[in-house]
Design a protein around this ligand. Sequence first.
Ligand code: FRU
Length: 478
Amino acid sequence: MNLPTEVRYRPYADWTDQEKAEIKAHVAASPWRANYHIEPKTGLLNDPNGFSYFNGKFQLFYQNWPFGAAHGLKQWVHTESQDLVHFKETGITLQPDHENDSHGAYSGSAYPIDDKLFIFYTGNVRDQDWVRDPRQIGAWMDKQGHIEKFDDILIKRPADVTEHFRDPQIFAYEGQYYAIVGAQSLDKKGFIKLYKALNNDVHKWQEVGNLDFGGTGSEYMIECPNLVFVDGKPVLLYSPQGLDKSELAYDNIYPNTYKVCQTFDTKQPALVDASPIFNLDYGFEAYATQGFNMPDGKAYCVSWIGLPDVNYPTDQYDYQGAMSLVKELTLEDGKFYQNPVPAMTNLRTSQEAFADKAETDNCYELDLTFKANQKTELLLFADQDGDGLKLTIDNQAGKVILDRSQAGVQYATEFGTSRQCSLDQAQEARIFVDKSIVEIFINQGEKVFTSRVFPNAGQTGIKLLSGQASGTYYQLKG
Ligand code: FRU
């Protein structure tokens, strides 16, 4: 939703209780609230932030402007989880209340150090002329959830970077803390800066250099770069804005991508033998994915189900955006896989053999297998007229297609109404439906489609239109 700057940057304290109550009432009127995905209580949710494990719990914050479906003065909102499936909002927030984050507590990461959680994020600061000064800043969160901001700026904007410099990700490699930060060069190309903490003191960051990851610089900015180690290999997850489509085919306004690399050379600095760039997700929306490694090496990530600069049908209800399921990352024979965590099965309340269903509550999981060399068409959110969200598994042409054109309220149609990926044989799919969210994991997470769909009343069915599919329907907890 487009709102004037004065509204979007109005101080939090100036919003009256009545205004806040009205916003809450608007949200409550939405027919599309999700059951088992994180959504903002009010306003806009964007990037996952500070995804980490601390104090015996998973920690996950999200970017939020609480007063409507627009990108305004951002805060971090804290959630925690024991199982990566059930997340609870704690009421803890990282607010834009310091001179170093006066115009927004922008995205960043977190890492447990001793008995505290170190939060590394971007303070968005603007002067009277609205000129931006991005500051990489820090805070400690203790076990009681008390947040104490540092007063020092940890990394100032370097001379070879424009105002677009943000989203620090801290990680440890061979006992040393490093951070990568998304940047734009003076000639408007996206790149990534690498820093290291001197003597592992998170107050003292020194530039190592520009991280060579085999990028071409065809993008104008790299947002939310993340380095995770998957089965020992460095994998770069990033959101390159303006990436040239000759480099990678994509339809969303901005893609979310990855590269699998062989080694991390901290001296060069470089991600050595980087693969070509790939789409992390083939659906209509997945962006700003954030990953982290557990002490045992497991790699998890979570994505914003939403995109910058796009209006959504929920905007009229004063909220926008959701968090994806948490995905576990693995590599097998050099191939990258993303899968829901095993505990997702705990949401199942009953099961039955897969068959057409005239009516569901749009809160279920399907585990399906398909026939080789056959084309299968499946309609989700199906209505009486035969409209709905069409998933085509085309094992003749070697393609998977998701067509949203007949499903619910249309939006962002200038970016097309279908998405597809090439895949020789799609043998199986795990599909999660949650009211207005669909996440599809094909061939054990080899390809993923994450999307919103805003069904009309009556779009609640499941129908096999052609071909064959067998498997199980699981009712999921509301
Ligand atoms: C990505 C992003 C980040 C920034 C944040 C602000 O969606 O633009 O680069 O830190 O959102 O909300």
